[in-house]
Design a protein around this ligand. Structure first.
Ligand code: HH2
Length: 295
């Protein structure tokens, strides 16, 4: 049972955004990935123009995404770092246009406060920070002042270094302690506990065994009393298990998503919204004992 009782992540927990309330206690919230980048590990280059990106965002909405997560910088190991200006020029036109066309919450995937500020000013509803407020000292104050939900994700090292021999004594305990500490830090900065989403950061400074331990350990992370998000979609650990490239990791991604949900994850971040939504509807029917069709 969570230490915060039902206040943050319990049975009837609501994730409140500027564009709607997401009831996480009745169905899993599905965040669709929209990478406006030339070099993301799976879909890099496919939606690099604003027109392609907006068209894909509309498709994600049609396919059943609850949130669209828009990112302008790849975090795969070895990706080229992107300046604030370049990142803003990639994501802002897409967010502005999607805001006009789609009634769903939009999330900005960035660790840079200036990018987040611009994104929020043109209609983004929440911030997905893979550094859990560590890389930019202004980020905590920004999300507190804007009163928006924030994803705090665990990563060992930096995107450049994270996959060179990641080491833990007890990966689940260390990730849990880190997320608890960053959640406390966010609350001290003025973020409402109900606006905090924690994420173990599958593939971010983790080997195969670490990722599997964390996926199995979702109930432990949920014990912190915050909403839990898991992003396993098309990641390397699936390729290691199945011996296939990102293009052939759909079934493995669905297995990981369903397993995370049955272990207590509230939100799933995925590239393949139609297939994931279908898998989650079945998993949710088993988990919650009822079929929920509406958003
Ligand atoms: N994974 C990626 C990016 N952002 N954010 C959260 N909260 N959790 C994740 O697991 C996560 C994330 C990596 O996936 P993708 O965006 O497709 O790749 P890239 O970083 O190469 O753009």
């Amino acid at each position: 049972m969570s230490r915060l009782g039902n206040s943050a992540a319990g049975k009837d927990a609501l994730l409140a955004t500027r564009h709607g309330m997401l009831a996480t206690g009745r169905r899993t919230v599905l965040m669709g990935v929209l990478n406006v980048t030339p070099d993301s590990f799976y879909d890099g280059g496919r939606r690099a123009s604003p027109e392609q990106a907006v068209a894909h965002g509309l498709r994600l909405a049609e396919e059943g995404a609850d949130i669209i997560d828009i990112g302008g910088e790849s975090t795969r190991p070895g990706a080229r770092p992107v300046s604030v200006e370049e990142e803003i020029s990639r994501v802002v036109p897409v967010i502005r246009e999607l805001r006009r066309l789609v009634p769903l919450p939009l999330s900005i995937d960035t660790y840079k406060a200036e990018v987040a500020r611009e994104a929020l000013s043109v209609g983004a509803d929440m911030v997905n920070d893979i550094s859990a407020l560590r890389f930019d000292p202004s980020m905590a104050d920004l999300v507190a002042a804007e009163k928006v939900p924030v994803v705090l994700m665990h990563m060992q090292g930096t995107p450049r270094t994270m996959q060179s021999e990641p080491r833990y004594r007890d990966v689940l305990l260390e990730v849990k302690n880190f997320l608890a500490a960053q959640a406390r830090f966010a609350i001290q900065a003025g973020v409402a506990p109900g606006n905090i989403i924690i994420d173990p950061g599958i593939g971010f400074g983790k080997n195969l065994e670490h990722n599997l331990t964390l996926l199995k350990g979702v109930p432990d992370l949920a014990d912190l009393g915050h909403l839990v998000m898991v992003g396993a979609s098309r990641k390397t650990f699936i390729g290691k298990i199945l011996g296939v490239e990102p293009d052939e990791r759909l079934e493995g991604s669905l297995a990981a998503a369903v397993s995370a949900v049955l272990a207590g994850a509230h939100l799933i971040r995925a590239h393949d919204v139609l297939a994931t939504r279908r898998a989650l509807r079945v998993a949710d029917a088993i988990r919650f004992g009822s079929v929920v069709t509406e958003r």
